[in-house]
Ligand binder design. Structure first.
Ligand code: S3P
Length: 185
């Protein structure tokens, strides 16, 4: 949608695509605010994501996730916000449609599924409920990828450092800004 001022840069993509690390670096460089939706959920629930999955189940987690996203979209900020979404947030419950109405741009961080699995396994400190079963992980990736691609700017993260990925996002945003003439908040 046409925007006058960039209010949000949403980072979407599968688990292990680097949304949090890339988002933090982008926000640092631009002096924008960084928000990780999973962290918002954990803070308000007083539980980790794996605990919410375990105690309340995935459908309840999705309900909480959608509510947290809607609250975020309804709140205002003077600064542009970089928002890292959990891997499922963009593909559930009309969330993508709500995001499309927000004054922002959506960046899809992409990588081959084998690389995503490798990164998730490497980040042992980050327990992810949906990474336990390799076949299920690959199936979910295949299902979701077309949805991540729809209406987003795709950035390849494979064999790229966080700095290189952020350079490319800045480039995409600058081009998009020249094309559409919006301001940064
Ligand atoms: C999920 C991804 C996780 C987290 C939850 C569910 C998913 O976030 O929201 O475990 O459905 O892909 P990351 O993508 O940040 O790992």
């Amino acid at each position: 949608m046409p925007i006058e001022t960039l209010r949000h840069v949403f980072l979407v993509g599968f688990m292990g695509s680097g949304k949090t690390s890339v988002g933090q670096e982008l926000a640092r460089r631009k002096s924008w605010e960084f928000i990780d939706l999973d962290q918002v959920i954990e803070r308000s629930a007083g539980q980790s994501i794996p605990e919410i999955f375990h105690d309340q189940g995935e459908p309840e987690f999705r309900r909480i996730e959608t509510a947290a996203l809607k609250d975020l979209l309804a709140s205002s900020s003077d600064k542009t916000r970089v928002v890292a979404l959990g891997g499922g947030a963009f593909v559930h419950s009309g969330n993508a449609a709500a995001i499309a109405q927000a004054p922002g741009r959506v960046i899809f961080l992409d990588a081959p599924v084998a690389e995503l699995l490798r990164r998730c396994r490497q980040q042992r400190s980050l327990e992810r409920p949906l990474t336990q079963d390799e076949t299920g992980f690959c199936r979910l990736y295949e299902q979701r990828r077309p949805q991540y691609l729809a209406g987003t700017l795709r950035v390849d993260t494979n064999e790229h450092t966080i700095e290189q990925v952020v350079d490319e996002i800045e480039c995409h945003l600058a081009m998009n800004r020249r094309e559409h003439g919006w301001n940064e908040g």
